[in-house]
Design a protein around this ligand. Structure first.
Ligand code: SIN
Ligand code: CO
Length: 392
């Protein structure tokens, strides 16, 4: 792993530390040649093929759709859809391509200077010359990697929540978009643009082979955090723990909800949620929930620790299943909680680190206490797969 203060071409010569302190969640960064000599593992036709598959999330954005301006339709599409499209003025977007194309998933290894569990997915878009999804703002951090062809990017500052949107259309497109000085570039293959949340941007295809990969991150909203944690912790609180007022004095006005009542309920609430270890246990589960729950396929035939040991000793290798999410939390010196796809296991720290950091897991891990049994559980849950291509 490259250290935090080594300059990286992926970050325009900045170290991870410099990038994080100067740009992450703060200001955009244009990175020429982030991936030198980059060749897209996908072609526009491959993307169209993915967009025709059942269970793959895809969208078509048409500036002048059959029914209205900026029309969005959702896949799966068929050949007839692509046949009717005009020469220009549309974009095809396919979500989570890293779940289906291992060569696209491999790109994620380059982003090891960020917590893996902050990653959402790699969305890939194709647009013929002139195609775009309109000027807009996203609520998440994104690295926009130009994978083939050229795209003209323009940035329009941070318009804030009150920015006016074009009314009556399917998309949240800004009504007013003014390009800021010097925030206007044409990206070539291998170039990349980092955008923090909230920055207005507009990317227009400048060639008929324009493919852009969006390496997107996710951050739950305060609403999601409060609601989901309350659900999780609530289940553990039990029925007998209740609002109590043993300090009650007789009210002057029986209808009044006085300060003491509010303070009692505030204390109960704060006491119920101020539990760092439960927060960690919930957050690990939440941040490793699969993007698509139905894509986590448990093994059809259960494997055993002995079978896993034999496979690894025979040269077999395991990898995280495409789309699977892993993280860990230290419990004490010899134990961590391993989170995988929203579930947990108690685990040795060395095994958890290998599971999260290594692209391939081999027999060397069998020295770690309990490794074969944990690996077998993860294979059975569908979070780990053998390297022989048993991935669907
Ligand atoms: C695109 O790839 O067309 C749009 C990506 C974005 O603006 O977030
Ligand atoms: Co965007």
């Amino acid at each position: 792993m490259t250290s935090a203060n080594t300059p990286r071409s992926l970050l325009a010569g900045l170290s991870a530390e410099q990038f994080l302190s100067q740009h992450w969640q703060k200001t955009p960064l244009l990175i020429r040649g982030a991936f030198p000599d980059f060749v897209s593992p996908l072609e526009p036709d491959d993307l169209a093929g993915l967009a025709c598959e059942e269970g793959i999330e895809s969208r078509l954005v048409e500036a002048q759709g059959p029914d209205k301006a900026w029309q969005v339709s959702h896949g799966p599409f068929d050949e007839a859809t692509f046949a009717r499209l005009p020469q220009s003025g549309w974009s095809l977007l396919v979500q989570a391509v890293d779940h289906y194309v291992p060569e696209v998933a491999e790109l994620l290894e380059s982003f090891d200077f960020l917590p893996r569990w902050r990653l959402d997915d790699i969305m890939v878009s194709y647009a013929p010359t002139g195609g775009s999804v309109g000027p807009h703002v996203d609520q998440y951090d994104v690295f926009l990697l130009q994978a083939s062809g050229r795209r003209h990017w323009q940035l329009g500052g941070s318009p804030g929540d009150s920015a006016r949107l074009i009314p009556g259309i399917d998309l949240r497109i800004l009504e007013n978009f003014t390009v800021e000085a010097d925030q206007d570039w044409v990206l070539e293959p291998g170039d990349m643009l980092y955008l923090p949340p909230g920055v207005a941007h507009h990317g227009v295809s400048a060639s008929d082979d324009c493919l852009t990969y969006s390496i997107g991150f996710r951050a739950p909203s305060a609403d999601e955090i409060v609601t989901a944690f309350a659900d999780y912790v609530g289940e553990q609180l039990g029925e007998t723990r209740r609002y109590g007022d043993a300090d009650l004095t007789s009210p002057t006005h029986p209808g009044e909800l006085d300060d003491s009542a509010v303070e009692r309920v505030r204390r109960l609430l704060l006491d119920a949620i101020d539990r760092p270890e439960q927060i960690a246990q919930w957050f690990g589960r939440a941040m490793t929930q699969p993007k698509y729950l139905d894509q986590l396929a448990a093994a059809e035939t259960e494997t055993t620790p002995e079978a896993v040991r034999t496979m690894l000793e025979g040269g077999g290798e395991l990898h995280r299943s495409l789309g699977s999410r892993f993280a860990w939390r230290q419990l004490d010196e010899s134990q961590v909680t391993l989170f995988s796809d929203g579930d947990t296991l108690a685990c040795d720290p060395a095994l958890a680190r290998a599971l999260c950091d290594e692209a391939r897991l081999d027999a060397s891990l069998l020295d770690v206490p309990n490794a074969a049994s944990i690996l077998a559980t993860l294979v059975n849950r569908g979070s780990l797969s053998w390297d022989d291509g048993d991935e669907d």
